[in-house]
Structure formats: structure tokens, C-alpha cells
Design a protein around this ligand. Structure first.
Ligand code: 13P
Length: 246
């Protein structure tokens, strides 16, 4: 039986995609589902427009700094003012393409919680790590860095997304069994720090989730929803995925 203290959670990460037209279509047409927390994370320029919608909105990244000479960055205060409740942090595209270390991601998690926002903390291994059998050690190091910076209290204030890098944008989804195995490991690691927070933290799976495979993934006991990339740009597919979570 799935634990009913964890309300299903589905977030769409639009990455660097979207347009005014897509924003308007989501604001007008995305069906809410009272059984699922639904969040859309568009490029930052669309945040204010989407914040009038009845679903929640999240940013895709944030600076660790409050203000200053950081051209191109957004502070958490600005993100909060634009109507966001959530911030995706540590996405593999930020870790890999913008050299974000485990320690930097951990500092961002801390600053986000201090701002009263909820991090959607992304973790997950590249293909070579999976092939060499190092998945648990890799994911543990990512989690340990956050615990070292924030203490166990981050668990009750965060959502955590397991996104194996080899499954992102590749059409090669982790099998429900592969995903569940890592989710169970993550929950066990968190349980060692704070058992009650670990029982209630939502663990999302991300990586080529689509309208066809979502139901089987979300049926697994430790998979509480998804972080959806490509399929979150199509309102029908995203709606099907949200339904699959409920
Ligand atoms: P895809 O669903 O396109 O594989 O992307 C997943 C992802 O990176 C969500 O953050």
C-alpha cells in the first residue's frame, strides 16, 4: 500500500522551452486535480504570467546570493516576489553544463528554505556510474552534501527528484523497478536522519516520463510523482500524467 501521508506531486520542468502562447494555454486549460500537487516551472520570464494560474509555479534555478553583481542570475527574493512556491535545484543540466557542485547545490537548498520556498532537489547518476554499479554511492554523496550544509531539517521542507541522467530526454526511461530501487535507497538514507520526515517527503522520478509509462512508475511504493520535461510541454500528455499520479 502506498503511504497516504504523501500527496502525489507532479511538476513540469519546461527547461528553455515555451512561449506566451503556451503560457496562455496552460493558464486557461490545465485541469486541476485536487488529489495531486501540480507545479509548472517555466523559464523565469514567464513566472509572473503563470503565477495568476490556479496551479503552483516554480523556478528552475536560483542564485545562492541575495543580491549584487551576478549578471544573469535571479535571487530567491525575486523568485518569491514573482509568485513561486518551489525552486528546482541541482538539476543535472545545471550540475553538468554550469559546473554546479554538490556543495553549491547544498548552499542553494539552504538559502531556498530560509526564504520560505520549497526546493525540488534533483539528484541522479550518469550512465557510466550506473554501468559500474556506483549508483547508491553517487546519490548518497549528493544527499550527504545537503545534509552537511542544512542538517536533517531540510528533509521536511523539500521535495526530492531522482533523475538518472541517462534517462533525461533520451526516451530511455528507468524501469519502474530500477526507479523504485533507488527511491527506496533514498528514503532509507533519509530515514536514518529523520524517520518521520523521511516517511512524508515526496520522492519524484524524472527521466522520459510520458503519458504511457507514468502509471506504472507512480504505482511503485516509494515513487510519489514525477518531474516531467518534454511531456510537460504538451497539455494533454501532462494532464494524463497528473491523472496517473492520482
Ligand atoms: P524529460 O522528461 O524530457 O526526460 O526530462 C526530465 C527532466 O529533466 C525533468 O527535470
Amino acid at each position: 500500500m502506498k503511504d497516504s501521508i504523501r500527496k502525489p506531486f507532479v511538476a513540469g520542468n519546461w527547461k528553455m522551452n515555451g512561449s506566451n502562447e503556451l503560457v496562455e494555454s496552460f493558464v486557461s486549460n490545465l485541469a486541476l486535480n485536487p488529489d495531486v500537487d501540480i507545479v509548472i516551472c517555466p523559464p523565469a520570464v514567464y513566472l509572473s504570467k503563470l503565477s495568476s494560474a490556479s496551479f503552483e509555479v516554480g523556478a528552475q534555478n536560483a542564485s545562492e546570493f541575495a543580491s549584487g553583481a551576478h549578471t544573469g542570475e535571479l535571487s530567491l527574493g525575486m523568485i518569491a516576489e514573482s509568485g513561486c512556491k518551489y525552486v528546482i535545484l541541482g538539476h543535472s543540466e545545471r550540475r553538468e553544463n554550469h559546473a554546479e557542485s554538490n556543495e553549491l547545490v547544498a548552499r542553494k537548498v539552504k538559502a531556498t528554505i530560509e526564504m520560505g520556498l520549497i526546493p525540488i532537489l534533483c539528484i541522479g547518476e550518469p550512465l557510466n556510474v550506473r554501468e559500474s554499479g556506483g549508483v547508491f554511492d553517487f546519490v548518497k554523496a549528493q544527499l550527504d552534501a545537503v545534509a552537511k550544509e542544512c542538517g536533517a531539517q531540510y528533509i521536511k521542507n523539500s521535495v526530492i527528484a531522482y533523475e538518472p541522467i541517462w534517462a533525461i530526454g533520451t526516451g530511455k526511461t528507468a524501469s519502474p523497478e530500477q526507479a523504485q530501487e533507488v527511491h527506496a535507497f533514498i528514503r532509507k538514507e533519509l530515514t536514518a536522519l529523520d524517520a518521520s520526515a523521511a516517511a512524508s517527503v515526496r520522492l519524484l522520478y524524472g527521466g522520459s516520463v510520458n503519458a504511457g509509462n507514468a502509471k506504472d512508475l507512480f504505482a511503485k511504493i516509494d515513487i510519489d510523482g514525477g518531474l516531467i520535461g518534454g511531456a510537460s510541454l504538451k497539455i494533454e500528455d501532462f494532464t494524463t500524467i497528473c491523472l496517473a499520479a492520482s
